[in-house]
Design a protein around this ligand. Structure first.
Ligand code: TRP
Length: 475
């Protein structure tokens, strides 16, 4: 066995049926596992469409600030909690402050996991549908917006793909991630990035592409509202997989001597770069083909086929691309489900198999409500003000409500409570001790980081949150 294989073996055991507590054996293994969770539909599907809805460049700048200024400190806080306690998201708080109510943060994380996976698996189902469309040679159409709408508004095909994706997610979580899957993930994720780069090249060489690049890279701050700043925070949390206990769970398997700051910043940089690449892939094409950047969750699905059409052997390219995207979605969805399953196993004493099946069924049912949001359940909606200049109202369906609640409410609230916990309950000595691996790692940033965790991050998150939901101030 090579060293790499041994590392893969070690890190895959975290999901295995054997509940003995393992630890990652290499920094590389941890970074791959955490980056696998972070990089997913959040970067490629969600980032472009949320950026498109919120005006482009200025949103990107705020997003950048939030990923590194708030996201990394929140991720570090989760790592401190997880590694110190060595337990699941809920158990960690019980262990660190027995007899208090802080475990409620963990419970909130479990609820968030249900909601996130419900809409995530809907979108992953769409991705699977696009695999099958391109496989069967039916991808290319005259009107990609209509093609996507017709599919999304029907009530059979999206349901089937949603269920297929949930079965795949559950199967991996039950079986434990086998050596092979991880081994291939290490090859497939870089391959996905390579594909994105190739599509970027095609996209930016389309006539009229420069408008898209300037939409993405030249900030127009007049387009920002309290709402869009909250959307940037929510997107940063969603994309980094923070605010609901995924990182707490993963960090409980990290060895004491590992450098948490190095791990979290590497993951944040990788995650950010993939999102930017996705933006460079999508926006030039959006403007070249005269699509509307604020097209919502369908943006990627209507833009990509149109780009594939312009690439030699585009249909084959499309099959591989959507397959890789499905795999990226799977390495993220298993990390969401694992939060629930680890909680069921360790706190409710349910066996892994039954825990996964019961959680899987419950999430699939909640997910059906998301999947059917535009067909059988299209009567469930609320009217909200639109972010477009027209100021017309737009409808928020069940899917959108779940997505909004998770990304813009539960994750920021979870993140807020997590930094308050580390800054004010764990206290500096304990937190810095964990950060510095008991003093063996020194960094001039630790004091500054703790200051951010204790004062700046809580105030910033609280402000952005209250402002975003309209409770304070107006821009
Ligand atoms: N970050 C993943 C993505 O970008 C999704 C995800 C995985 C997630 N685990 C999470 C989101 C935990 C929020 C919380 O696709």
């Amino acid at each position: 066995m090579t060293k790499l294989e041994k590392n893969i073996c070690k890190f895959t055991k975290i999901f295995s049926v054997n509940s003995e507590r393992e630890s990652f054996s290499s920094t590389f293994g941890i970074i791959v596992a955490t980056a696998g969770s972070a990089i997913g539909l959040g970067n490629i599907w969600r980032f472009p469409y949320v950026t498109g809805e919120n005006g482009g460049g200025a949103f990107l700048l705020i997003y950048l600030l939030f990923v590194f200024g708030i996201g990394v400190p929140v991720m570090l806080s989760e790592m401190i909690i997880g590694r110190k306690a060595g337990a699941n998201a809920l158990g960690a708080f019980k262990k660190l402050v027995p007899g208090s109510l802080w475990w409620l943060i963990g419970l909130m994380g479990v609820v968030a996991a249900f909601i996130i996976l419900a809409f995530y698996s809907t979108v992953a189902g769409w991705t699977l549908h696009y695999v099958s469309l391109s496989l069967s040679g039916n991808l290319f159409a005259d009107d990609y917006a209509a093609q996507f709408e017709n599919f999304k508004n029907s009530n059979i095909s999206p349901v089937i793909w949603h269920i297929v994706f949930m079965i795949l997610t559950c199967a991996i979580v039950i079986a434990g991630v086998k050596k092979g899957i991880e081994k291939y993930t290490k090859i497939l994720m870089p391959l996905l990035v390579l594909f994105i780069i190739l599509i970027c090249v095609r996209s930016i060489t389309l006539p009229g592409a420069s408008k898209g690049l300037s939409f993405l890279f030249s900030p127009d701050f007049s387009k920002l509202s309290g709402n869009s700043i909250l959307a940037a925070l929510g997107q940063a949390f969603f994309s980094l997989s923070i605010g609901m206990g995924t990182i707490i769970t993963y960090a409980s398997y990290i060895r004491k001597k590992e450098n948490l700051l190095k791990i979290s910043s590497s993951v944040a940089v990788a995650d950010f770069l993939v999102a930017i690449l996705a933006g460079i892939m999508i926006f030039p094409a959006v403007f070249a083909f005269n699509y509307e950047p604020a097209s919502g969750p369908g943006l990627v699905f209507i833009t990509l086929p149109r780009i594939f059409e312009q690439i030699p052997a585009g249909e084959i390219f499309a099959v591989i691309f959507f397959l890789l995207l499905t795999i990226a979605a799977l390495t993220s969805s298993i990390s969401v489900l694992e939060v629930v399953v680890a909680f069921f196993i360790e706190e409710l004493k349910i066996k892994r198999r039954s825990a996964t099946i019961s959680a899987g069924i419950a999430i699939t049912i909640l997910g059906l409500f998301c999947t059917l949001s535009w067909s059988n359940l299209k009567n469930i909606y609320i009217n909200v003000g639109s972010s477009t200049e027209m100021g017309e109202t737009k409808q928020m369906f069940f899917f959108d409500m779940m997505e909004f609640t998770a990304a813009n409410v539960l994750l920021p609230l979870g993140g807020l409570l997590i930094v308050i916990f580390v800054g004010w309950i764990l206290k500096k000595n304990s937190a810095v001790n964990e950060l510095s691996s008991e003093g063996t790692i020194t960094s001039k940033f630790f004091n500054a980081l703790f200051f951010i965790i204790k004062f700046i991050a809580p105030v910033a998150i609280a402000f952005v949150f209250l402002n975003g939901i309209g409770l304070i101030g107006d821009w």
